[in-house]
Design a protein around this ligand. Structure first.
Ligand code: ATP
Length: 362
C-alpha cells in the first residue's frame, strides 16, 4: 500500500532556530489540513550548542538515529559562536547527519520576492529564479578527512571527486531541471567547473556530459566558476539549475543569497538517495534571537521543499500540492505587502509573517 504518513525528525536547534521552527510547523499543519491526503508526525529532538552546554554532548545517539530513521529531517539552525568543542570548532551535529545519511546534493534556490529590493538595481532582478546544486560530501571538503597538510613552510589540501557521487549529483540536477520545466522553467542545467585548468574538473564535466545523454529534453550549458561569479551579478536571471563541486557551491550559493538581498529568504535542501535534510541556509543568528524579528521565510520555504521532495520520493502528489500552496502563500504575502521582514527595514515580526502565510493558505 502507498505510504502517505510521514515521520519527520525536527531539530529546532539554537538561537532563532526554535522561533522560526514553530512558525514553519504551524504553516505545515495549515497546508496539510487544507490539502489533505497525507499525514505528518513531527517528532522534536534537542540538539546543538544549548544541548551541549547542558548534557556535555551535542546530541543523544538515539535522537541522532531518529533522524536517519525518519522520512525526512527538518532543522532550524545549530551552533552558537560562544560554545565550542574542545578543538575550538562550533557545535555542529548536523554536519554528521550529512555524512551519516550521505546527503551529497545541497540544493539552494535563489529567487527574488515581490517588493524586496535586492542590491542589483536592475528591473530584470525580479526574474531571478535559479537553483544552485552544491555537492556536499567531497570535493575540497574531503580534505577534512585527513587530506590537509600544514607545516610552517607549506600548506596543502586534497580535492576528491568520485564517479559514484558525481553521477548521482548530475542526475539530481537534470531531474530537477525537468521538474522545473514541467512548471514552466527553462529546462537547462549549467555545469560550473574549472575544467580548463584542473583535470579533476575535466573529469566532473565528462561525467556531466555522460549523464546528460539520459535527459535529451534538458539543455546543457557550461561555465567556468570565475565567469559564473561574474554572471551571478551581471545576469543571474539567465540561469536555471547550476551544478558544481562543494567549495564552488559554498561560495556561489552565498553569492546567490546576496543578490536576492537576505539570508532570511534562502532555503536549503540536502538530499541523498534515501533521506533529505531541510534547513534555512542561514545560521542561528544569535544577535537577533529572542527578539521576535527573525525572518522565518527561509525556514518555511525549506519545509515546502521537504513536502515537494516527499511527493517525489513516495509518489504522493498531495504533498507537492501543499508545497505549491505554501510557496504561493509566501509570494502573495510579499506581493500584497503583508510581509515586510526586518532585514529589509520592515516591521513584520516572526510570528506575524507566519500568520500572514497561514491566512493566505486559507
Ligand atoms: P553560520 O556560520 O552558522 O551559517 P553565520 O555566522 O554565517 O552563521 P548567520 O547566523 O546566518 O551567520 O547570520 C548572519 C547575519 O544575518 C546576522 O546578522 C543575522 O542576524 C542575519 N540573519 C540570519 N538569518 C536571519 C533571519 N532568518 N532573519 C533575519 N536576519 C537573519
Amino acid at each position: 500500500m502507498q505510504n502517505t504518513s510521514f515521520t519527520i525528525a525536527v531539530y529546532p536547534g539554537d538561537g532563532i532556530g526554535p522561533e522560526i521552527m514553530a512558525v514553519a510547523e504551524a504553516v505545515l499543519s495549515a497546508a496539510r489540513a487544507k490539502v489533505g491526503g497525507f499525514d505528518l508526525s513531527l517528532n522534536t529532538y534537542s540538539a546543538g550548542a544549548a544541548h551541549y552546554l547542558k548534557h556535555k554532548e551535542d546530541i543523544a545517539a538515539a535522537d541522532f538515529q531518529a533522524g536517519s530513521d525518519a522520512d525526512a529531517i527538518l532543522l532550524g539552525a545549530m551552533g552558537l559562536p560562544s560554545v565550542r568543542y574542545p578543538d575550538g570548532t562550533e557545535i555542529s551535529p548536523h554536519l554528521r547527519m550529512r555524512t551519516a545519511n550521505e546527503l551529497y546534493a545541497g540544493l539552494r534556490p535563489v529567487k527574488t520576492f515581490p517588493n524586496m529590493p535586492g542590491p542589483l538595481g536592475s528591473p530584470k532582478a525580479a526574474e531571478i529564479d535559479l537553483v544552485v546544486i552544491r555537492e556536499s560530501t567531497e570535493g575540497l571538503f574531503a580534505s577534512l578527512n585527513g587530506g590537509s597538510r600544514v607545516s610552517d613552510t607549506e600548506a596543502s589540501e586534497v580535492l576528491t571527486l568520485t564517479r559514484s557521487v558525481c553521477e548521482r549529483l548530475c542526475d539530481q540536477a537534470f531531474r530537477l531541471a525537468r521538474a522545473r520545466k514541467a512548471k514552466g522553467g527553462k529546462g537547462e542545467v549549467t555545469c560550473v567547473d574549472k575544467a580548463n585548468v584542473f583535470p579533476a574538473f575535466a573529469f566532473f564535466r565528462r561525467i556531466f556530459d555522460e549523464r546528460a545523454e539520459a535527459f535529451p529534453d534538458i539543455t546543457r550549458r557550461y561555465a567556468y566558476v570565475d565567469a559564473m561569479a561574474l554572471d551571478m551579478v551581471r545576469k543571474p536571471w539567465d540561469f536555471d539549475v547550476l551544478v558544481m563541486e562543494n567549495i564552488f557551491g559554498d561560495i556561489i550559493s552565498d553569492l546567490g543569497a546576496g543578490i536576492v538581498g537576505s539570508m532570511g529568504l534562502a532555503p536549503c535542501a540536502e538530499l541523498g538517495d534515501r533521506n533529505g535534510l531541510f534547513q534555512p541556509a542561514h545560521g542561528s543568528a544569535p544577535d537577533i534571537a529572542g527578539q521576535g524579528i527573525a525572518n522565518p521565510t527561509a525556514m518555511i520555504l525549506s519545509a515546502a521543499m521537504m513536502l515537494d521532495w516527499l511527493a517525489g520520493q513516495h509518489d504522493v502528489p498531495q504533498c507537492a500540492e501543499a508545497a505549491a500552496l505554501i510557496e504561493a502563500a509566501v509570494t502573495q504575502g510579499f506581493t500584497d505587502g503583508a510581509i515586510r521582514p526586518s532585514e529589509f527595514g520592515g516591521n513584520t515580526g516572526t510570528v506575524e509573517i507566519g500568520e500572514a502565510v497561514i491566512a493566505r493558505i486559507g
